[in-house]
Ligand binder design. Sequence first.
Ligand code: CU
Length: 122
Amino acid sequence: MSLQSAIFSLLLTAATTSAVTFFALPSRAEEAAPREIEVVVDRGYQPSTIVIQEGERVRLKFLRKDPSPCAREVVFPSLDLRRDLPVNEPVFLDLPALLPGEVAFHCGMKMLRGTIVVEARR
Ligand SMILES: [Cu+2]
């Protein structure tokens, strides 16, 4: 289990045991509106590399144009996230605050691949 998924599970546990605890966690990043990043799915993810900042709130907007069944779902294994992507229908996915490093995502068959690069705050 990576540190990121460990922290994410911890937050998830906190949220289920006590919503108050979860929302009481102070964070400057949580106050800002999430940055929306569009990812077009058309024989690959465009862009396939997404650069964000440590702890940044990001909302991914997947827009699948590729009708092939290969592209029908997107998976973030280390975050335990999975979404179905209907054709020509935007699907929004809010990422948890991430630590520096890389988070891989791919289609259900691991043929289409993308990476979120999380840069450390300076
Ligand atoms: Cu696929």
